[in-house]
Design a protein around this ligand. Structure first.
Ligand SMILES: *Cc1c(COP(=O)(O)O)cnc(C)c1O
Length: 429
């Protein structure tokens, strides 16, 4: 299952060829790898599970389409009009899309409902009432998953999203009191619960602990407080390396652990009257993508070597924007040498700076690479998720990177996001 990640000499020649042809910086997404990741995640989950792909990680319609194809295909989870448009462009059936997010406006709810989306995750009573009103106005009924901010946190993780005060979800301890009102909103029918307690789980044990706590908590809300449960979205947390070499984890214990927890707390999951769903962005998309970037200039300043790249935080922003360095490392040299021990090129510490006029545009403080020269093409691995659309694309006005899709090693799509100013209607309202 694991494809070779260390580039061979052939890969490097191919990288240079792709850059010569399509420009630099350049994102390259290998759709076969994305499908392999999906199949691996499917394998790690009970068979009947629904799997949502979170477009937040990478909304490229070609990628969404590839992940949706075939029997194990993913449904789309979207959080904005732009993500919805991408999902629809990718051929997703609107009725199978999950629309979530803490800031849904009445306008975007109406647009989503009008496009045929029926399932929404709601984050508060206000969110639910707004949705119900829009659905009623359109003469329809929205199906709703109530997003729950669990009271207790089971696992440790790099990005915790519940258990503390949060803009996400309804605090579990307030749900019992709120329940009658949640269930009485016209135009909306509560069909289940949505949990998303963590992202990028540290290890499989944490993931299992978190899912088990979620399943217990959902069962309790149903049993003791009458939360309707036809659908239970237990969230995600599946990990993936980001902008450093490495392999995504293989989860070998998860499936059995989930089956056990469900059998214990929600045994009817087996008869199909309860749909269980999971979500992932980074696990599905992360390792399919590489960023190729070219060294445009090399300079030495007060004892340090700077390689100025044509990719910076406008290209690979790592969601955080300014001031936080990614754990970025470029891929090892073609010949696999690292440090000259076996006669390869000597590695040196190089500051990898981007092209923007801000000291914040730095991708690595001390990358270990052979002495760079202008024209070198470097490859940042594992950036299929949280790449261009998680970056400061507009800052300093450079074009967005080109994005390639590969199938069987062949380029099947080449495109670039564009942004331009358009006049808006200022007519009287
Ligand atoms: C961000 C997010 C995801 C995807 O997270 P990954 O860590 O990329 O898998 C899924 N669901 C929700 C609700 C999210 O906010």
């Amino acid at each position: 299952m694991s494809l070779p990640q260390t580039p061979s000499g052939g890969t490097r020649a191919r990288d240079r060829e792709l850059v010569a042809r399509h420009g630099s910086p350049l994102y390259v997404y290998d759709l076969d790898r994305a499908v392999a990741a999906r199949d691996a995640l499917r394998e790690a989950l009970p068979e009947s599970f629904t799997l949502f792909y979170s477009l937040k990680a990478n909304p490229h319609p070609g990628l969404v389409r590839a992940l949706a194809e075939g029997p194990g295909g993913c449904r789309a989870e979207v959080c904005s009009p732009g993500e919805l448009a991408n999902a629809l462009e990718a051929g997703q059936e609107p009725g199978r899309i999950l629309y979530s997010g803490p800031g849904k406006t009445a306008e975007e709810m109406t647009a989503a409902l009008a496009a045929g989306v029926r399932t929404f995750s709601v984050e508060s009573l206000g969110d639910l009432e707004r949705l119900g009103a829009q659905a009623t106005a359109l003469g329809t009924v929205a199906e709703v998953l109530v997003r729950v901010n669990s009271a207790a946190a089971a696992a440790t993780t790099s990005i915790r999203m519940t258990g503390t005060p949060s803009q996400f979800g309804i605090d579990a301890e307030t749900l019992p009191e709120l329940m009658p009102r949640l269930l009485a909103v016209p135009g909306a029918r509560v069909v289940g619960a949505h949990f998303f307690p963590l992202s990028n789980s540290r290890d499989e044990d944490s993931l299992i602990a978190e899912f088990t706590a979620t399943i217990e908590s959902a069962a309790r809300l149903e049993r003791e407080h009458g939360l309707p449960l036809q659908v239970l979205d237990i969230g995600g947390g599946f990990a993936a390396p980001y902008s450093v070499p490495g392999e995504r984890p293989v989860y070998t214990l998860l499936r059995t652990a989930l089956e056990k927890a469900l059998d214990e707390h929600l045994p009817r999951w087996r008869d199909g009257s309860l749909e269980i769903a999971c979500e992932s962005g980074r696990y599905l998309a992360g390792d399919c993508g590489r960023l190729l970037t070219t060294v445009t200039n090399v300079k030495h300043s007060r004892g340090r070597t700077f390689a100025i790249l044509d990719a910076g935080i406008n290209t690979l922003g790592g969601m955080a924007g300014l001031g936080r360095l990614l754990p970025l490392a470029v891929e090892p040299r073609a010949d696999g040498t690292d440090g000259g021990a076996d006669g390869g090129p000597e590695l040196t510490n190089v500051v990898l700076a981007g092209p923007l006029c801000t000291p914040g545009d730095m991708l690595a403080k001390a990358a270990r690479i052979p002495a760079p020269v202008p024209g070198d093409v470097l490859a940042v691995p594992n950036v299929g998720a949280y790449g261009p659309t998680a970056s400061l694309l507009l800052f300093l006005g450079r074009p967005a990177p080109a994005e390639l899709l590969l199938r069987d090693g062949e380029v099947v799509s080449a495109s670039r996001l564009t942004t331009s100013r358009a006049e808006i209607d200022t007519g009287a309202r």
